[in-house]
Design a protein around this ligand. Structure first.
Ligand code: FAD
Length: 399
């Protein structure tokens, strides 16, 4: 039996941050993970460069049944605090777009910072440790006991940082939710989020014909709108705009997509017509949209005949039809690609069950939940890591 002040299950972003911060306060910390390596999602994040935070973090960038829950932690450990840590290690980084901060070099640099902090303060990191049971105990100051393939641990504070369900091949499991249920905590329904959509039938045929084509679009669902790139894939649609809106999408919801948000197509078409443009539509639209897209799109919309027409011949009704189908394409995805490719899990341990200041479970003193296992889901762009850092740091001040 090993005894610690704090045992943390899950050595991902939140667990590592919490371990280093609690150990810096002088707590004896053990960090347990069943995987053979720690921080695997950090390593694969941001295309290998880790989008570790964002200049413009706001509570509005997070989804949760309780939209106020994330406010306190995000204010107490903000993006500037994490940037200060990155700068302490003289790590080179850059803003890619929309405030998103990436390492210049490799995601491993971020993991190395967290490991260096853990080492400096003496965190004991244990990998390939299969958790078999967690029990409440009352033995002097110890409140929880953990049984594992590598023996037993007991601790005053037990922190659950097992993340979400996405990418099971990277070590994701539902252990955190099972522990929450064991202690009577409720769980909000979970779905894959920040995830590509899949299509069926004619939409799928269209997507397959356009696979590889990317367009800047504006995409809308449930009153939420994002203006970023969309990518057609062999299964449906992906790209940043699509991943963002997937956070807000529920099965059966329709998406409204503006495929040419930078222009008013009806104005353009009227202008071309009124100026007596001689060229066909394919050539004129080709200034704004990929040729491959134009052909497939007009075919899909059964408007191919207009492509060959001289612009001078377009009626007002033709102009409206073309404009509507490109500016307000309504499509209903068949589903998402699921946890296999999702970046995050929407839903999780209910925020009603946990203090937003300490992250301690209200029904189970000494038991803490941090990071993605909670019902807090960030937008694409460094928001999910910032949540992991912030919740990990704040819990560490209490454990
Ligand atoms: C491909 C991809 C790219 C991403 N890119 C970004 C990005 O650039 N920016 C961003 O902000 N977010 C990104 N994310 C999201 C981000 O990685 C997560 O939101 C974040 O890692 C959550 O941190 P966490 O510590 O809660 O969980 P995780 O980092 O997932 O860590 C959970 C840990 O718990 C361990 N664990 C799970 N089950 C058990 C068990 N039964 N026993 C013991 N240990 C267990 C796991 O092995 C893992 O080490 C990306 C996600 C993916 C999948």
């Amino acid at each position: 039996m090993q005894s610690y002040d704090v045992v943390i299950i899950g050595a991902g972003a939140a667990g590592l941050m919490c371990a280093a911060s609690a150990a810096a306060r002088g707590r004896r910390v053990a960090l347990l993970d069943h995987a053979n390596k720690v921080g695997k999602k950090i390593l694969m994040s941001g295309g290998g460069r880790c989008n570790f935070t964002n200049y413009y973090i706001e509570p509005a960038n997070y989804l949760s049944a309780n939209s106020h829950f994330c406010k306190s932690a995000l204010a107490r450990f903000n993006q500037w605090d994490f940037i200060a840590l990155v700068e302490k290690y003289q790590l080179a980084y850059h803003e890619k777009t929309l405030g998103q901060l990436f390492c210049d070099n490799k995601a491993k640099d971020i993991l190395n910072i967290l490991l260096a902090e853990c080492e400096q303060y003496g965190v004991d990191i244990v990998t390939q440790c299969d958790i078999e049971a967690v029990e409440k105990i009352a033995a002097n100051e110890y409140r929880y006991q953990i049984e594992s393939s590598l023996g037993s641990w007991r601790c005053q504070s037990l922190v659950i940082a097992t993340g979400g369900l996405s990418i099971p091949t990277m070590g994701a499991t539902g252990l955190g939710y099972d522990i929450a249920k064991q202690f009577g905590l409720s769980i909000k329904p979970r779905e894959a989020a920040l995830v590509p959509f899949t299509f069926k039938g004619e939409l799928l045929t269209l997507a397959q014909a356009l696979a590889g084509v990317a367009l800047p679009v504006s995409i809308e669902c449930r009153q939420q709108r994002f203006a970023e790139a969309l990518l057609f894939t062999h299964k449906g649609i992906s790209g940043p705009a699509v991943l963002q809106i997937s956070n807000y999408w529920y099965p059966g919801d329709e998406l409204i997509i503006d495929l040419l948000p930078s222009q008013s197509l009806s104005d353009l078409l009227r202008q071309w017509r009124d100026n007596g443009e001689k060229s066909g539509l394919t050539k004129l639209l080709g200034q704004y949209l990929p040729k491959r897209f134009i052909q497939a799109w007009f075919e899909f919309q059964q408007l191919s005949i207009l492509l060959e027409a001289n612009v001078a011949q377009l009626s007002n009704a033709d102009i409206e039809r073309i404009s509507n189908c490109l500016h307000a394409w309504r499509c209903t995805p068949a589903g998402t690609e699921g946890y296999r490719t999702a970046e995050v899990t929407r839903g999780g341990v209910s925020t009603d069950e946990v203090s937003s200041k300490t992250f301690e479970a209200k029904k189970a003193p000494g038991l803490y939940f941090i990071g993605e296992v909670l019902d807090v889901t960030g937008w694409l762009g460094g928001f999910n890591f910032q949540w992991a850092w912030a919740s990990g740091y704040c819990a560490a001040q209490e454990v």
